[in-house]
Design a protein around this ligand. Structure first.
Ligand code: IMP
Ligand code: MG
Length: 186
């Protein structure tokens, strides 16, 4: 899959080429397994699920429909990225309008890289007195995450490379690709 000399599988996203990394079917199966785990863990609870826009919109849609219960869902829009690098500065674009005190909160993220975004959100939820906070992320970049905030549900650990697809974008493009694709170096 990561054979850089095979250019037949490359897809063009905006001005860069990307190569296949995780096929759509593998994601589908993993998302179902994560949903089963979450369904079991929350059987006796009434969690507020917070999906982090934009990147998590496809993961959230698939994950939530695979749960065996119908949770209350909210959306928050955060952004720390410009082009292909994190700025370290989180801009909160759309805030939360729910009462969080005592609620069991489940955050749905697309990818955790440095963790700046999730740590910022985690702090916000703690300051609003959430009863419990758990994180579900489809992707985690290995060796980059620098916070103590536990990541309870992780779909795939991936190398520290730039990826697109299944909701993740490069310059606004690539989100609708059904699989995950990694930047082609070369
Ligand atoms: P962090 O704050 O460094 O953990 O970055 C997290 C956010 O940056 C994610 O929610 C994504 O929106 C974005 N991001 C991080 N890595 C990538 C990537 O490889 N491709 C696309 N977006 C990414
Ligand atoms: Mg994101």
């Amino acid at each position: 899959m990561n054979n850089t000399s095979d250019t037949s599988q490359l897809v063009q996203v905006y001005d860069r080429a990307f190569e296949p990394m995780i096929p759509a079917e593998e994601i589908r199966l993993r998302v179902i397994a994560m949903a089963e785990e979450i369904s079991t863990d929350y059987t006796t609870k009434n969690p507020l699920v917070i999906a982090v826009l934009n990147g998590a919109f496809i993961f959230a849609a698939d994950l939530l429909r695979a749960l065996d219960f119908d949770p209350e869902i909210a959306f928050i829009k955060l952004s720390s990225y410009q082009k292909m690098a994190t700025t370290g500065e989180i801009r909160e674009l759309i805030g939360l309008d729910r009462e969080l005190e005592g609620r069991d909160v489940l955050i749905i993220e697309d990818i955790i890289d440095t963790g700046h975004t999730i740590a910022h959100l985690h702090n916000t939820l703690i300051s609003q007195k959430a009863g419990s906070i758990a994180i579900a992320t489809l992707l985690l970049k290995t060796g980059v995450y620098g916070y103590d905030v536990p990541l309870r549900y992780v779909g795939f650990e991936i190398p520290n490379r730039f990826v697109v697809g299944y909701g993740l974008d490069y310059e606004g493009y690539g989100r609708s690709l059904p699989g995950i694709f990694v930047l082609h170096e070369g």
